[in-house]
Design a protein around this ligand. Structure first.
Ligand SMILES: Cc1cc2nc3c(=O)[nH]c(=O)nc-3n(C[C@H](O)[C@H](O)[C@H](O)COP(=O)(O)OP(=O)(O)OC[C@H]3O[C@@H](n4cnc5c(N)ncnc54)[C@H](O)[C@@H]3O)c2cc1C
Length: 398
């Protein structure tokens, strides 16, 4: 087992660290207190710098205009970028666009590539992924009310979606809809590309999440699709393959997410240690208190264990494929998200009142990362999947 980070990656990570320090962290206070939409001139200026450094779209192949990093390599990049809420967006590897780029690269027709994939990778447009519905449990995704019915040369889409992250200001949605209600459960749905200026695409609101509705990229949309008509050629991949494509989207995406969470953990951890070293309570620094020392040691161990698990899952996907790695992919989801929550919370506690103010990144992390235990499959679903697989080896007596 060799844990050495290759020289090429060490150089890339060092460039990213410098860029984060000089160009991204200084923007954060503006981000906490202003409309996201107003930040685009500052974001675009930095995106141009990233392109010049040849670090643009690290997860995409060179053929598609990216850096062509492997999953393991991009995992390390994602860890660095995750240290700031703005990191991934600056490098054009942010959710949900990164997942949409991946499925478009795999399934798009030449026309769809031209119209959607190329401008998305170039950072000229944004997108959203529209699957979850308020009336049905997202944990059982085969249940969908949204339908897409063929009428002449068009799909007619009707349905109610929510939590379509970043819908506000995006140019197209990838919509999951039932196209054949008579088919077997996993073949009923298809993915369809819907430009957001299509009549019948109605963004009702940005959902207020933990007190913040946000705007533009930093939002979660509720959408009504009302007789929304798009050409039949907007079908992404084969008809009835919605769930197959969704699986393709989730596997590598989970590695990106989990390593982004590692970045959140590392930043929170370092802030906790720094504050503990500087804050004096009476004659002693916080770092001299045993209870704080325990939090530091426990956090260090948990972050380390989580990172090794994620990198192992990435390695298994790369060497044996998504199917073989499905257990590891579930394990990291429910193992890493609560660790992140714990580490953020300890860091906040050590910062006292400062920790819950918006003067540091910690309260943003606490708010924005709490959903990690819910999206991408609620933790309980993944635990149940793993336990069921394990228990196949331990049949109960008849
Ligand atoms: C911030 C955020 C961003 C999101 N972004 C997107 C997006 O871009 N596109 C999109 O389509 N969707 C998105 N979602 C939706 C997300 O995928 C769903 O919220 C998720 O699948 C859970 O579905 P649900 O909310 O309907 O909860 P439910 O399915 O109703 O589950 C509620 C709870 O029940 C428990 N539970 C569920 N199943 C089991 C089980 N088998 N055993 C025991 N307990 C169980 C879990 O604790 C779970 O949290 C996002 C959600 C959030 C919060």
């Amino acid at each position: 087992m060799d844990f050495t980070i290759p020289e090429k990656m060490q150089a890339i990570l060092e460039m990213i660290r410098e860029f984060m320090k000089n160009e991204i962290y200084p923007l954060e206070p503006y981000f906490f207190y202003n409309k996201f939409r107003e930040m685009w001139p500052q974001i675009n200026a930095r995106r141009e710098m990233v392109k010049k450094m040849e670090l643009w779209a690290p997860q995409m192949s060179k053929e598609h205009g990216g850096m062509g990093l492997s999953l393991m390599e991009h995992a390390l990049v994602s860890e660095e970028l995750g240290r700031s809420p703005l990191g991934h967006l600056m490098f054009n590897c942010q959710a949900p666009d990164a997942g949409n780029m991946e499925i478009l690269a795999k399934y798009a027709t030449p026309e769809q590539r031209e119209k959607y994939l190329i401008p998305l990778v170039a950072g000229k447009i944004r997108s959203c992924f529209s699957m979850s519905e308020p009336e049905l449990a997202g944990s059982n995704p085969i249940e969908l009310n949204t339908t897409a019915v063929k009428d002449g040369k068009e799909w007619v889409i009707n349905g109610h979606k929510w939590y379509s992250t970043a819908a506000d200001g995006s140019q197209f949605a990838v919509v999951m809809a039932i196209t054949n209600p008579e088919a077997s459960p996993y073949q009923r749905a298809s993915m369809i590309i819907v430009p957001t200026d299509t009549p019948g695409f109605n963004l009702i609101r940005n959902i207020s999440v933990m007190g913040h509705a946000g705007d533009d990229y930093s939002s979660h949309g509720e959408i009504m699709y009302e007789n929304c008509r798009v050409p039949l050629s907007n079908l992404l991949g084969p008809e009835g393959n919605g769930f197959v494509i969704a699986q393709d989207r989730l596997g590598p995406g989970r590695i990106h997410h989990c390593m982004r969470w590692m970045g959140v953990c590392n930043r929170s951890f370092e802030m906790m240690c720094q504050r503990a070293a500087e804050r004096k309570i009476g004659k002693k620094y916080l770092s001299e208190k045993q209870i704080i020392q325990a939090w530091i040691a426990e956090s260090r161990a948990e972050i380390h264990a989580a990172k090794l698990m994620i990198l192992h899952a990435a390695w298994k996907i790369e060497t044996e494929g998504l199917y073989a790695a499905r257990e590891e992919i579930s394990l990291i989801k429910f193992f890493v998200a609560p660790i992140m929550q714990k580490v953020i919370d300890r860091a906040i506690q050590v910062h006292g009142g400062l920790g819950v103010s918006d003067d540091t990144v910690l309260s943003y992390f606490a708010r924005a990362e709490r959903p990690a235990r819910i999206y991408d499959g609620a933790d309980e679903v993944h635990k149940s999947v793993v336990a069921k697989r394990i228990m196949r080896n331990y049949p109960s007596p008849q």
